[in-house]
Design a protein around this ligand. Structure first.
Ligand code: 5GP
Length: 205
């Protein structure tokens, strides 16, 4: 019996190159969950194999800027020369239906969500060491060295923001990291502050 039927907002974040999207995909491949991924909007050019409406909604800068002005993002950030943002309406719609909504976003955006939705669960994904992260970023041959260098410098600043999160998950192994996140989600559902209302109602019956 579940004492908390409300959907949780789960924010997966961490420096670029820690393997956030691989961990998120492994999480979604697990059986028996009710997770919905919030597809972000970006002005970045699609990488080979990326599909519009699946990996991201790819739009141009004027379209993105218009949506910022209209207040259509739960959060947005500029990241290494491109905009990235979470469409607000979709997140609200899924949460109201009781689904768990997962955001996979960079650090500045996660901190904006923290201010707006303190009830959300904030998970910081980190590599098993800094060298592992540098190696991952360098393997991506889709980007010029200057961009990779910028991502590394940004990651070094972001490492220091772990204390702003509820949980830290080390991505030493993708499957283990996804398991740890699933366990966190389950434990969050059982938290007294999320269950006490329903529990008291049950006692009164
Ligand atoms: P990439 O270009 O590698 O796909 O993404 C760059 C960074 O932007 C990653 O850290 C990714 O998690 C983050 N990101 C993706 N979508 C969003 C979003 O909607 N908002 C924010 N703030 N960051 C995002």
């Amino acid at each position: 019996m579940k004492l908390n039927d409300k959907g949780l907002l789960i924010v997966l974040s961490g420096p670029s190159g820690v393997g956030k999207s691989t961990v998120r995909k492994a999480l979604f491949n697990k059986k028996g969950h009710d997770l919905v991924y919030s597809i972000s909007m970006t002005t970045r050019t699609p990488r080979a194999g990326e599909v519009d409406g699946v990996d991201y909604y790819f739009v141009d800068k004027p379209t993105f800027e218009k949506r910022i002005k209209e207040g259509k993002f739960l959060e947005w950030a500029e990241f290494v020369g491109n905009y990235y943002g979470t469409p607000k309406d979709k997140v609200e719609e899924q949460l109201s239906k009781g689904h768990e909504v997962v955001l996979e976003i960079e650090v500045a955006g996660a901190l904006q969500v923290r201010n707006q939705m303190p009830d959300a669960v904030f998970i910081f994904i980190v590599p098993p060491g800094k060298q592992a992260l540098y190696a991952r970023l360098k393997i991506r041959d889709t980007e010029p060295d200057s961009i990779i260098q910028e991502r590394i410098e940004k990651a070094n600043r972001e490492f220091l923001l772990a204390h702003k999160y509820d949980y830290i998950v080390v991505n030493d192994d993708v499957n283990n990291a996804a398991d740890r996140i699933m366990n966190i989600i389950r434990a969050e559902h059982a938290k007294t502050e999320r269950t006490i209302h329903q529990y008291m109602k049950m006692l009164g019956e």
